[in-house]
Design a protein. Structure first.
Length: 262
């Protein structure tokens, strides 16, 4: 087992590898015969621990499928997915559910908050369900990081869209998951609220050592990431480190131009 942890992060991570998630030769096909669609075509990717990674690519390129397979929300047709040192491909449903609950956090485009619960109750709900007691110091740090300290008693309807998504971010962070997956987490927000949420995600990587993987179509959102990986037709075709929004936009134009000429 590799014990190198190159990126400092919170909590008891001693002994974990520097790769938070790994895909090897992952194929995901839907349907059969003439209707068979290959959504992922032998994808190899390593997601570094303590980094913010964005997945981009044209519509239908396989972004959500890759995220769902990495997160154990969907099965693969062939290949292997590891979460740290655990191979999740091949795990039985019950083990997979347990792993998702204990080790993975999710942020979706729809905030998925319970309307009858206030902010802090929503934040701690997954832990309450799992019968785990939140670490009070950690919870305070998370709530402060996402700027919700004075909103904890508010119900979702008393919060703006941006604030609701911050509650969802805090909910994902509260259980100290090894990795958080976001499927267009700012897709439903205006640009100002989106920027707020993205800077909280960035802060949670920088200050709390969180690992985040986010699917997005938005070059500005991708510019908050440390690394952008690009999918096209189910294959990983490119990547960029420390991208600016302009660089991401240029790369996307490149895809479009090639799409039109091919
Ligand atoms: N449940 C499914 N059944 C059949 N085909 C599917 C299913 N889910 C995805 N696909 C197909 O797999 C391919 C990849 O889909 P996926 O949703 O991963 O792409 P995407 O890059 O996330 O697209 P978008 O940006 O539009 O959300 C597409 O051709 C899609 O039609």
């Amino acid at each position: 087992m590799t014990t190198a942890v190159t990126i400092p992060r919170h909590g008891d991570t001693g002994g974990r590898t520097a790769v938070a998630a790994r895909a090897r030769q992952v194929v995901k096909a839907y349907g059969a015969g003439e209707t068979r669609v290959v959504a992922l075509d032998h994808v190899d990717v390593d997601i570094a621990r303590g980094q913010f990674t964005a997945i981009m690519g044209p519509s239908g390129s396989g972004k959500s499928t890759l995220m769902h397979c990495l997160a154990g929300l969907d099965t693969v047709t062939s290949g292997q997915i590891h979460l740290a040192d655990t191979e999740i491909t091949g795990l039985k449903d019950k083990k997979l559910t347990q792993l998702r609950r204990d080790r993975v956090g999710f942020i979706f485009q729809a905030f998925n908050l319970l309307p009858t619960l206030n902010a802090i109750e929503n934040i701690t709900l997954p832990m309450d369900i799992a019968g785990r007691k939140p670490d009070a110091d950690w919870l305070r740090q998370v709530v402060e990081t996402v700027g919700l300290a004075d909103r904890l008693g508010h119900r979702p309807t008393q919060l703006s869209g941006g604030q609701q998504q911050r509650v969802a971010v805090a909910r994902a962070l509260a259980a100290r998951p090894e990795i958080i997956f976001g499927d267009e987490p700012t897709g439903n927000l205006d640009s100002r609220a989106g920027a707020e949420v993205l800077s909280f995600l960035r802060t949670s990587v920088d200050e709390l050592g969180q690992t985040i993987v986010m699917v997005t179509h938005d070059p500005v959102a991708a510019s908050y990431a440390d690394r952008v990986i690009y999918l096209a037709d189910g294959s990983l075709v490119d990547e960029m480190q420390n991208p600016t929004a302009e660089q991401v936009l240029d790369r996307m134009k490149d895809f479009d131009a090639r799409g039109r000429t091919s």
